[in-house]
Write a protein that binds this ligand. Structure first.
Ligand code: KG4
Ligand code: ZN
Length: 354
């Protein structure tokens, strides 16, 4: 293959490594997007008793788990080092110590095997996950909503390529509010899937929780882009759930969970569809861990259907953190000529960019 980028065989393979949070993941992904293997070693059990990710524990577990994950990814793909064209790794955003473990492993492996190294933006990984495994392309211009544990980013993907951030959250991220409300409801960690499960037995109309659908002022000192028509706020909703637990202590948790989830879903869909209308979008892309949520996927599909918008959402297992999405994004970075040096460092606050 051409090491200077450009023309690469469709069956060329990247080994991708992801350690930005509490999943130790490794994957082998072909240039055409086919996933040859995707290993995700979750640390959820390790952090569960603390009710959230403990960065130091996460980093230590990554140290133990990263090489076994790489070995498992190569074994499952039935390939050896000579079959690989490049090594890719998440450089940020994420927990600094956790990111450094993946970076050190990727650098050492690439250096030892004489393979080029590509650095990947974790959020770009969430976005490119929609092209894995022969999925159809996203019609442009498109509106993209990235909803994860630390991000709620609404963006425009123009026909000319690239990405423009339209709005973000002025307080909690969508995944964060799922996790915090799960704690309020004693549902445990990780919160998102627990709330979705509990909500299945509940009535989504039981409590009329507030929806922040209006335009929002940016917090003092923050750029205009975080405020405005496409900005999100979930802290009022979180407080409303906390107050409700105190005023109605015997109310069924399932009803509260279902009502809370409905409020988040309605807000996310409302703002996404508004942005799609305003920008004459042809498609909508839903990405990030919260995009694994069934009711959100269904409501977004209904909203897009009503507007004639093509919706793309990766399958749930490529929405939550994994390394296959890092492989997909790595091939895009490679095609754009991006290469990482041995001085590559972690970027814990890296903003979303393609
Ligand atoms: O993308 P991700 O796996 O990690 C980050 O980059 O943050 O997202 C994790 C977030 C967590 O807050 C988790 O509670 C949420 O995604 N999540 C869900 C679901 N699965 C994961 N939220 C709602 N419903 C789900 N099924
Ligand atoms: Zn993520």
């Amino acid at each position: 293959m051409g090491r200077r980028g450009g023309r690469v065989r469709p069956d060329a393979l990247v080994l991708a490594i992801e350690t930005s949070c509490d999943e130790t993941a490794a994957a082998v992904v072909a240039r055409d997007g086919r996933v040859r293997s995707s290993i995700v070693a979750s640390q959820a059990e390790l952090h569960a008793r603390y009710g959230g990710v403990v960065p130091e524990l996460a980093a230590r577990r990554h140290v133990e788990a990263v090489l076994p994950a790489v070995d498992a990814a190569l074994a499952e793909a039935a390939v050896g080092w000579d079959d690989l064209a490049l090594v890719a790794v998440t450089r940020g955003p994420g927990l600094p110590a956790a990111l450094l473990v993946g970076l050190a492993a990727a650098k050492a492996l690439a250096f030892a095997r004489g393979l080029p190294l590509v650095a990947v933006n974790h959020l770009a990984g969430h976005i490119w996950a929609h092209r894995l495994d022969d999925a159809p392309p996203l019609p442009l211009p498109a509106i993209c909503l990235v909803v994860s544990g630390s991000h709620t980013d609404l963006c425009l993907l123009p026909e000319a390529g690239g990405l423009r951030l339209l709005g973000t959250t002025v307080d909690d991220a969508a995944g964060e509010v799922f996790d915090k409300v799960a704690r309020l409801l004693d549902l445990g960690y990780p919160g998102g899937p627990r709330i979705e499960l509990a909500a299945r037995q509940g009535d989504a109309h039981a409590v009329a929780f507030p929806r922040t659908l209006r335009d929002l002022n940016p917090p003092p000192g923050r750029s205009q882009v975080v405020g405005g028509r496409y900005a999100f706020s979930f802290s009022g909703l979180k407080t409303a759930v906390a107050v409700r637990r105190q005023t109605h202590p015997t109310e069924a948790v399932a009803d509260v969970a279902a009502s809370f989830q409905a409020a988040v879903v309605e807000t996310l869909v409302h703002k996404t569809i508004a942005a799609a209308r305003d920008h004459g979008a042809a498609g909508v892309l839903l990405a990030g861990g919260v995009a694994a949520n069934g009711p959100l996927r269904a409501a977004m599909a209904a909203g897009c259907g009503g507007e004639g918008l093509a919706l793309r959402v990766p399958p749930p297992w490529y929405c939550t953190d994994n390394a296959a999405m890092i492989g997909a994004a790595a091939w895009e970075a490679w095609a754009a000529g991006r290469r990482a040096g041995w001085d590559l460092d972690a970027e814990p606050d890296l903003p979303l960019e393609l």
